[in-house]
Design a protein around this ligand. Structure first.
Ligand code: CUA
Length: 327
């Protein structure tokens, strides 16, 4: 049988469904009311019974009623919808992080422990998962119907999406923004696994070091480390402990050092220069791929807590294993 609803497999799915049912009931009810009243009036005020039209003048109570009642209903729509929207737009802290790069016509996914996937996303059940997404060409949109989540994936800007899967299973991952010839084929699967299965899967993933370690390698290869030194002597700001904190800029304003700011500082360094530094950094636009940019974000994030660093090597500690990280 053709199913009316996709399975509800995330923590927000039922809220979305309830709101949707409410919207359908109210709008369907009003439509029905209009049709029924039309038929009743058609019959009651037919020409044979009322050959002469009657002039009706204004009525304040009536006008107030048909203005205020719909206003109240629409405000309920708005308030209810906004509360779900805000909840779906705000990833909980300590969400498991997955990085997504979309391109025509595939999804490239990268776990923080280094495991990479294409058109497949394995996640553990009962855990908040946050996707940081970017496109390397046109606009795409990531959609998992069973989770009732969807977000555009844009070139040049990070967007995020989060979900909390509540039942193990395999669900659809679609591109829902027309992006060219093979748009309809730009689909994959989300595999929600029990914790134990997920950890077994992770450890068999053949990860070559964490994603942050990849980022550190890129950081060295591009020569970032010559200016961004881990002391106060560099020609660029020391990046230790910067992630997530406010940064004072040369124009006196401040900005939070989030993913978007880090990416911008690499591809367009002149946009927001840190106070006390010269705008001497060259742009890395076109030199680094979106994956490398994400790995650099992951690296800067990994050195967010200064005291976690090894005093000798000045490196962040290597997580004991991927499995330990997801707990
Ligand atoms: Cu990507 Cu449609």
């Amino acid at each position: 049988m053709f199913p009316l609803w996709p399975t509800a497999a995330s923590s927000t799915a039922h809220q979305v469904d309830t709101l949707y049912l409410f919207l359908i009931s109210v709008t369907g009810g009003v439509t029905l009311l209009v049709i029924v009243l039309n038929l009743v009036f058609l019959f009651r005020f037919r020409h044979s019974k009322h050959p002469v039209a009657e002039q009706v003048s204004g009525s304040i109570p009536l006008e107030l009623t048909w203005t205020l009642v719909p206003l109240a209903i629409f405000l309920i729509f708005f308030g209810w919808g906004a509360s779900i929207y805000v909840a779906e737009a705000t990833p909980p802290r300590d969400s498991m992080q997955v990085y997504v790069v979309a391109k025509r016509w595939m999804w490239k996914l990268q776990h923080e422990n280094g495991v990479r996937e294409i058109n497949m996303l394995h996640v553990p059940v009962n855990r908040d998962v946050r996707l940081t997404m970017i496109s390397q060409d046109v606009i795409h949109s990531l959609w998992v119907p069973e989770f009732r989540v969807k977000a555009d994936v844009l070139p040049g800007r990070y967007t995020t999406l989060w979900f909390h899967a509540t039942r193990p299973g395999t669900y659809n991952l679609f591109c829902s923004e027309y992006c060219g010839t093979l748009h309809s084929g730009m689909a994959g699967k989300v595999v929600v696994m029990e914790q134990a299965d997920y950890q077994a899967w992770l450890s068999s993933g053949g990860a070559m070091g964490t994603f942050a370690a990849t980022g550190e390698k890129v950081f060295q290869q591009l020569g970032c480390a010559t200016c961004h030194r881990f002391d106060t002597q560099g020609r660029g700001p020391n990046l230790v402990g910067v992630y997530g904190k406010p940064v004072l800029l040369s124009d006196g304003s401040t900005v939070i050092a989030d993913d978007a700011y880090i990416r911008e500082s690499i591809v367009n360094p002149g946009a927001k220069v840190v106070a006390g530094f010269q705008p001497i950094m060259p742009s890395f636009q076109g030199i680094v791929t979106e994956e490398q940019l994400l790995s650099l974000v992951s690296y800067v994030k990994s050195i967010a807590t200064p005291q976690q660093r090894d005093p000798v090597s000045n490196r962040p500690p290597v997580p004991e294993s991927g499995a330990a990280k997801v707990q």
